[in-house]
Design a protein around this ligand. Structure first.
Ligand code: IVH
Length: 671
């Protein structure tokens, strides 16, 4: 073969580009903290692609250009794991967790407390990644623990899996087997299911099935299009590097560029491991991915070795599971709820069942199409779940348990609250009650009006509002300001004292800042951050009402959708009437709080990880209070707000001793 010689500067440039691309891939996907722009990254990748096109003999399987594009396989090859991939023993109660600890102490004849490493138990698919001299050689599924399937091409499409070990901190060992869990974020899972639904394909029951299904595709291009991620939690065989503890192993993996869950901690003794489990269970529903328990591992590898393994699971580790979040129960009825905007939502009324420690008797069915798609009928046995959301939902019908007596659901043609004919515009999923005076929608909107972020009327809950509406005392938010103690006392559940308190709270709410007042109105798409912007920009309600679409759009942080919604709201004669009545009730709307008085004025914030509100909204909450938002943590940073999955900024903040807030803490501070 007369292969043409490759100029040495090309070889060198290819090498340099690959290293840079691997590093920036790591910064972007693993640390969530890029140091170059997307454009710059693309330029590097394109340059490499061009060089490789000109000199295909330079292409190696671990080149960053090789993440996608591999041809489909006929079938998966089998991979024998050098060391078996064991499973974990489960515990379902505190007592069982304590048993585990005592067993270990007896086994090792010690009374000393263990140092444990405690980790979230990811609910995904276990995989093994084999790196030979720092390069990803083979990736496989767990299979039966001894043999798995070779899914290397599919794993390579996952950007959080390094194709090469990062050698910044220490050289790559001769052989490194890394183990971890491939998973799909809940949000991505939902989006992906919606997409499948739109294409008429069957949906996956949960993110784990979606991840497993995506990994087992013979065509890697399909896997590449699925939003998969990995968290690594251990090693198999390692040649050329020894570790003393599991913690040290995780630190080394992190330095080598692997993604390690930032919630992994060390715990001294079983008490603190149990406390970790409880903390985790609390945070569970705020996470962007599913976990089903905490894994407790003995940290010392010497002790791990002494403890050894039983046939299928090591003695040194325990999966302490959370209470189940999916349960089966029966649908007794399907009712519809009328929301603040008049949206009519079908709800399953079910035989009460405990799901993840909470008794559930209602679950949302979202809309008419969803009921039809899941084919939920009265009398059906169903699987219900509480996932990241607070409202439980029906996952699927257990058709095997049907008796034939089940009755299909029909969306009512009239509003169950006011009797108006319901409408569902063509092309829309949501059925609505069109009556602006509908009691159901009105009750919700008054509840929102009186809520914490709005007029903040203490003690005015949903039940009382319905009671006030039923008795004819309140038909509009402004009616609240006409109430007297004498109106309330005759009502059920009211005594003199409670009536006094509510009236006092209502009167107090008359003094209100513009931003709170705007919140109370519940304008579509206008959240707290936006009302701050509006209040600061316009200063008075009159100025805001006079602004047209173009003027609204000029306001920094306000986009066309929001601007249009605001314009529509104030142009609607019903809303104008409502506002006039509120003004007549004697509300005193003051300009927003002065910025200097805000404890956030001049303070610098850095965000890391995912929050339940958007980044834009979070930033706006800070800037609206005179604070600043920066993208990098430094000694000048006052607060780091860590959402789920925080990145390296979180670590840096801890190193610098900067105050770290979680989302709840942040919201408390800004409110
Ligand atoms: S350690 C010998 N750590 O749980 C130790 N496993 O039931 C075995 N898993 O197949 C694994 N999160 O898929 C470990 N932080 C974690 C884990 C974890 C999830 C899964 C893994 C394994 C299964 C064992």
């Amino acid at each position: 073969m007369a292969g043409k010689t490759i100029p040495p500067e090309v070889t060198a440039r290819v090498k340099e580009l690959r290293e840079q691309i691997h590093y920036h891939n790591y910064r972007y996907y693993v640390l969530d903290s890029p140091v170059i722009s997307d454009d710059e990254f693309d330029r590097l990748l394109r340059e490499l692609e061009q060089l490789e096109e000109g000199h295909p003999e330079l292409i190696t399987p671990d080149s960053p250009t090789q993440r996608v594009g591999a041809p489909p396989l006929e079938k998966f090859e089998t991979v024998v794991h050098r060391q078996p991939m064991l499973s974990l023993e489960n515990a379902f109660s505190e007592a069982e967790a304590r048993d585990f600890d005592e067993r270990l102490k007896r086994f090792l004849r010690t009374s000393e407390e263990f140092l444990y490493v405690v980790e979230p138990k990811m609910d995904g698919v276990a995989v093994e990644l084999v790196y030979e001299r720092g390069r990803l050689a083979v990736g496989s599924t767990r299979g039966d623990g001894l043999r798995g399937e070779n899914v290397t091409q599919n794993l390579k499409t996952i950007h959080t899996i390094p194709l090469q070990v990062l050698k910044d901190q220490e050289p790559a060992p001769e052989l490194l087997e890394v183990r971890g869990e491939v998973y799909m974020d809940i949000g991505e899972f939902k989006k992906y299911n919606e997409q499948r639904l739109a294409q008429g394909e069957p949906v996956f029951a949960n993110p784990r099935n979606a991840a497993a299904g995506s990994l087992r595709q013979l065509d890697p291009n399909i896997t590449a299009a699925r939003p998969l991620k990995i968290y690594c939690y251990g090693v198999g065989e390692v040649v050329g590097r020894t570790f003393a503890t599991h913690w040290e192993t995780l630190q080394a993996l992190k330095d080598w560029g692997f993604r390690i869950n930032p919630m992994i901690e060390r715990a001294v003794g079983i008490d603190s491991a149990i406390a970790y489990h409880h903390r985790l269970e609390h945070r569970r529903h705020g996470l962007s991915y599913e976990i089903d328990g905490a894994v407790i591992k003995v940290d010392s590898l010497t002790l791990q070795e002494r403890l050894g393994a039983k046939s299928r699971s090591p003695r040194w580790a325990l999966a302490y599971k959370f209470a189940a979040t999916q349960e089966t129960t029966r649908v007794l009825d399907i009712k519809v709820n009328v929301g603040r905007t008049g949206a009519v939502t079908p709800m399953a009324v079910m035989e009460p069942v405990e799901v993840g420690g909470v008794t559930v008797s209602r679950a949302t069915l979202h809309n008419e199409d969803e009921v039809a798609r899941k084919d939920v009928r009265l009398g059906d046995w169903v699987l219900v779940q509480r996932a990241g959301d607070v409202i439980p939902e029906v996952v699927q019908v257990i058709t095997e348990r049907r008796t034939g007596q089940e009755k299909p659901f029909q969306m009512p043609s009239r509003c169950p609250v006011c009797g108006a004919g319901l409408v569902r515009p063509p092309g829309e999923k949501v059925t609505r009650c069109p009556n602006p005076r509908c009691g159901g929608a009105l009750a919700r909107s008054i509840f929102h009006f009186a809520g914490k972020t709005g007029m903040d009327i203490d003690g005015l809950g949903e039940k009382i509002i319905v009671q006030l509406m039923d008795s004819g005392l309140v038909q509009d938010p402004s009616d609240l300001y006409k109430l007297t103690e004498d109106d309330l006392i005759p009502l059920e559940r009211f005594a003199e004292k409670s009536a006094q308190n509510i009236i006092a709270a209502i009167q107090k709410s008359k003094q209100v800042t513009l931003n709170r007042f705007l919140n109370a109105l519940g304008i579509r798409y206008v959240g707290e951050a936006t009302t701050q912007l509006l209040a600061r920009h316009f200063g008075t309600l009159e100025a805001l009402m006079a602004a047209d679409f173009n003027e609204l759009k000029q306001v920094e942080g306000i986009g066309p959708t929001v601007a249009q919604s605001i314009e529509e709201y104030f142009n609607d004669p019903r809303n104008q009437e409502r506002l006039a009545k509120l003004k007549a009730a004697g509300l005193e709307i003051s300009p927003p709080e002065r910025l200097a008085a805000s404890p956030l004025a001049g303070k610098t914030f850095v965000f890391t990880g995912a929050l339940s509100i958007s980044r834009e909204e979070a930033k706006a909450l800070v800037t609206a209070r005179g604070g600043k938002v920066s993208s990098a943590v430094s000694a000048q940073t006052d607060y780091v707000v860590a959402g789920t999955d925080p990145g390296s900024k979180y670590i840096k903040a801890r190193e610098l001793g900067i105050t770290i807030l979680d989302e709840a803490g942040f919201l408390e501070l800004v409110r």
